[in-house]
Write a protein that binds this ligand. Structure first.
Ligand code: NAD
Length: 506
């Protein structure tokens, strides 16, 4: 494993290449401290904002909105096109920051940056397709239509585990929709945020976008709260834990703002007797152990038919044990560290609860043998007697609880009997089972897959989930509508006044 000094040097080189003013941002007395989970040590202090500075950023964004909303959407798309190009040119730099600050293995970090490029492409196309409908009017000589207009300042609050992609999902779409963005990234990944901000500023300067169109505000939850409470922020798009969403949602609602919540998951894979087990096992292993179980879409529950349970559990356990832990930059390493000690403690506490509930740890759960001070763990596979207690919660670490079933209705019921509703995967070659699972009384998650695992969504679909996952949708499909104001327009070209519903008012 490289030393903290070597990772710091790589991060500084990446920041310089991305155009971050190092001396302005990396300051000794910064309250937010950038750290690397790879060594558990500090990289640098980062200039941290005050609530008053958040208000200034929102004021500047509100001013920029007045200009930006008048720019034709396809011209706004040119800014996002340039941003996507710059991200492509700096893919390695951004991915290096993601690996150093979030601990993601390099191929996943590159994949995360690829998502940024993909969403920019999507948004550029979208900039010519912000369609409204026309509806038949019931009145002679009238036309009824809807138009979609820019909404206003979007406040983005993001989590540590997707430190660059979540920003891009929101920002690429918000910008083509005509909205400025003020971004409060996770306090665990400030350097990733500075890199993104610098690239967008370059693109803004090149296309002549208004000052204030984008700002990053660094700080802890208090800085997030300043965004949440500011009535000039029309939409708060917040990604993080259900605890955070429970605080943010009501506060935004209390001022009649709009919120888009992307919160925790407790995602399950169902394996049926007809499943291709090779396919199922490899998807389960990536879903549960990938990103060290630190994806909102990580597979946390394995609901397996009793006839294939022993075989599937045995194969997943062997696969877990064969995963190489170590330097996430190294070829062949598939397990990076947990983000910090608190995450490790939370994992151990959950395993303790699982044992107290009668769970049997079949494999893993302990610290992995890696020559570094970060918190690497072996993914845990735990057979549970019942779906209760700790199994109903999201622990942001690689723990896969196993439950068995004998009847498909029981599998669906187990699947849905958790408070969260993000992502889900069914492995079955039985078309009737697949259709039931996708139907009205099937999986109740925002993402439901057949013969595909719970994590690794593409940007083309709408992303998000139900229940305690928050109900928000971002990224592809028609998720853009959350970033715009819908207006219903009646145009009367009849030359006379006709009231709807035949009302006669003299
Ligand atoms: P977190 O909730 O601790 O923090 C997320 C962000 O919210 C941070 O920027 C934090 O500073 C801010 N924040 C926290 N409390 C706040 C408050 N009261 N007001 C305003 N801002 C506040 O989450 P985390 O540990 O960074 O990330 C892990 C969690 O995020 C997991 O639960 C995971 O499932 C979830 N997540 C969800 C999605 C999704 O799309 N559904 C994606 C990624 C992560």
């Amino acid at each position: 494993m490289k030393t903290t000094a070597e990772f710091r040097a790589r991060a500084e080189a990446a920041l310089a290449a991305l155009g971050v003013d190092h001396d302005a941002w990396c300051v000794d007395d910064g309250a937010v401290r950038a750290r690397s989970p790879l060594t558990g040590e500090e990289l640098c202090g980062v200039r941290t904002h005050t609530a008053a500075e958040v208000a200034d950023a929102v004021a500047a964004a509100s001013e920029a909105f007045l200009t930006w909303r008048e720019v034709p959407a396809p011209v706004r798309g040119a800014l996002v096109k340039r941003l996507g190009e710059l991200i492509g040119e700096h893919k390695e730099d951004l991915a290096a920051l993601v690996t150093i600050e979030a601990g993601k293995i390099h191929t996943e970090a590159l994949g995360e940056v690829q998502e940024m490029i993909d969403i920019c492409d999507f948004a550029v196309g979208l900039s010519r397709q912000l369609y409204g409908r026309t509806m038949p009017s019931e009145r002679v000589g009238h036309r009824l239509q809807e138009t979609w207009q820019p909404l206003g300042v979007v406040g983005v609050i993001s989590a540590f585990n997707f430190p660059v992609a979540v920003w891009s999902w929101n920002t690429a779409i918000a910008l083509v929709c005509g909205d400025p963005v003020v971004w409060k990234p996770s306090e665990l990944t400030p350097l990733c945020a500075l890199g993104c901000d610098a690239l967008l500023r370059r693109a803004m300067a090149e296309v002549g976008a208004p000052e204030g169109l984008h700002a990053v505000v660094i700080g802890d939850r208090a800085i997030g709260e300043a965004l949440v409470d500011d009535p000039r922020v029309a939409l708060v798009s917040a990604t993080g834990s259900t605890r955070m969403g429970r605080e943010v949602g009501p506060r935004v609602a209390a001022r009649f703002g709009r919120s888009l919540l992307e919160l925790g998951g407790n995602n399950a894979v169902i394996v049926t007797p007809s499943a291709n087990l090779d396919q199922a096992v490899s998807s389960i292993v990536f879903g549960a152990a990938g990103t060290a179980g630190q994806r909102c879409t990580s597979t946390r529950r394995l609901l397996v038919h009793e006839s294939v349970a022993d075989e599937v559990v045995g194969r997943v356990a062997r696969a877990f044990e064969s995963l190489q832990a170590g330097d996430p930059f190294a070829d062949g390493v598939l397990l990076g560290p947990l983000v910090n000690e608190a995450a490790f403690d939370a994992m151990q506490a959950s395993l303790e609860k699982a044992r107290a509930q009668g769970g049997e740890v079949v494999s893993g759960g302990e610290r992995a043998d890696v020559d570094a001070d970060g918190f690497w763990v072996r993914p845990a596979l735990v057979r549970m007697p019942a779906q209760e207690g700790v199994v109903l919660t999201e622990t942001f670490a690689p723990i896969l609880y196993v439950l068995t079933w004998s009847d498909f209705d029981e599998a669906i019921a187990l699947h849905n009997a958790v408070p969260q509703g993000l992502s889900s995967g069914l492995f079955s070659n039985d078309v009737l089972e697949a259709e039931r699972y996708l139907g009205a009384s099937g999986a109740d998650t925002g993402i439901a897959n057949v013969n595909a695992g719970t994590s690794g969504a593409e940007i083309g679909g709408a992303f998000g989930g139900e229940k305690e996952t928050g109900g928000g949708r971002e990224s592809g499909s028609d998720a853009w509508r959350a970033y715009m104001r819908r207006a219903t327009n009646t145009i009367n070209y009849s030359g006379s006044v006709q009231l709807a519903q035949g009302v006669d008012f003299g």
